[in-house]
Design a protein around this ligand. Structure first.
Ligand code: ZN
Length: 408
């Protein structure tokens, strides 16, 4: 049985040959034409792991990580939390692997590696320590530090596995971060076999979503997006091309960093600086503060639920609350911050951090209603991935239940 191959013309449509995206397509095509193993695809989100862009140092923010062709190692946690402002798509060129070969023992999570052009018949290799990343693996590093493996063919049959070779399930670095956040690191690492069998069955049931490239066409925004009632204006991928409103918002870019969204971090830092003190003192200084909180909420919700909600609605809300000295409870703003998606908000809530929640919520909404930003943001990609993870989590938990709570 032949396994599916990515069809570049169908999934990726760069506007011109000089764009960075055209360069990416060329590299992808070169890599895939040379590799005998299955495409290196993320078993969490179903998108390919691309070869990185950029001839210069990949991470100018952290020069000690070296240039691309210089071996370098360092802590995974640092790469996972970096912002990659010069080449944001580098984040999805970094990947982890989970080794699986029953004769070699239980599955094992490896460190982080940078996607390289494949050599026919040659295995990939990733640092054997799950806490350590290598940005390049030359001959001198492979034997000592890294584990060679062949990319698992999760739609099977897997020829490498049948021939006794070590196979690895590859995962985008940001997708592993999200997976750990949704399911929990301890539970995952104690049940890696269950996870691997779950993703196999998940993608066999969703073959049409496997092996997506830089852009997914036909993405159902209403199913995974936020503020679904807000009318989104026409948006075109890569700033070119045509198509109607519906078609355009049904395109989604998969090469954005879903784990680290710098603008969300900036909104949180500002809200932390503001803190809640000033706003709390505001309450009670005006006779209108006696209006029941339920009534205030209804008025604010009416603005929020308008299909035209955006920067104007946000400003109206701020002015209204300030003019009448109204103060809504933190829980109201926290619920409006989409904590199911914006895990940074959950972190603040769990840590009981003192922040100005009204400022934080309206700041987040300012981003969500900045249509150009949201369209190209990692947050929109995160919504897509978290929805997949929720389905994987359900399958994972069902298998655990059938197994009596664990791998035993
Ligand atoms: Zn992924």
């Amino acid at each position: 049985m032949s396994r599916p191959r990515a069809t570049y013309d169908n999934h990726f449509n760069p506007p011109d040959e000089t764009s960075m995206d055209a360069g990416r397509v060329a590299k992808w095509a070169l890599w895939h034409s040379q590799s005998d193993d299955p495409e290196m695809c993320c078993v969490v989100c179903g998108s390919l792991i691309p070869i990185p862009l950029g001839p210069e140092p990949l991470w100018p923010e952290r020069r000690r990580w070296g240039r691309r062709l210089e071996p370098a190692t360092g802590p995974c946690a640092e790469l996972e939390s970096m912002e990659y402002q010069v080449y944001p798509s580098v984040a999805v060129s970094l990947y982890r692997a989970i080794l699986d070969q029953p004769s070699e023992g239980p599955p094992q999570v490896l460190g982080i590696a940078l996607c390289q052009i494949g050599i026919p018949g040659e295995p990939r290799s990733v640092h054997r320590d799950s806490q350590t990343a290598t940005t390049w693996t030359g001959p001198e590093t492979v034997e000592d530090l890294c584990v060679p493996f062949h990319v698992a063919d999760i739609l099977g049959p897997d020829i490498n596995r049948e021939q006794g070779r070590l196979v690895g399930y590859t995962i985008h670095m940001p997708c592993w971060v999200l997976l750990n956040r949704v399911i929990g690191k301890g539970l995952l690492e104690a049940n890696l076999s269950v996870l691997l069998r779950t993703v196999e069955s998940h993608w066999r049931a969703n073959r049409s979503h496997w092996l997506t490239l830089g852009i997914i066409y036909g993405y159902e925004e209403h199913a995974s997006g936020v503020l679904p009632w807000v009318k989104r204006p026409p948006m075109t991928p890569f700033g070119g091309g045509g198509g109607g409103v519906d078609h355009d918002w049904r395109c989604l870019e998969t090469v954005t960093n879903s784990a680290v969204v710098p603008e969300i971090r900036a909104v949180i830092e500002k809200a932390e600086r503001n803190q809640a003190g000033n706003r709390s003192r505001r309450r009670g200084q005006h006779v209108s503060a006696r209006v029941p909180i339920e009534v205030v909420m209804m008025i604010v919700e009416a603005i929020y639920k308008d299909p035209g909600y955006g920067s104007g609605g946000i400003t109206d809300t701020q002015h209204l609350l300030a003019a009448f000295a109204w103060h809504l409870p933190d829980w109201y703003w926290q619920a409006r911050c989409h904590p199911w998606l914006i895990f940074e908000v959950r972190d603040l809530m769990r840590a009981n951090r003192v922040v100005d929640w009204e400022d934080l919520c309206l700041g987040v909404e300012g981003l969500l209603c900045n249509h150009h930003w949201y369209y190209h943001s990692g947050l929109r990609n995160r919504a897509r991935i978290v929805r997949w993870i929720e389905r994987i989590r359900d399958g994972f938990m069902s298998r655990l239940d059938r197994n009596g709570g664990g791998e035993g």
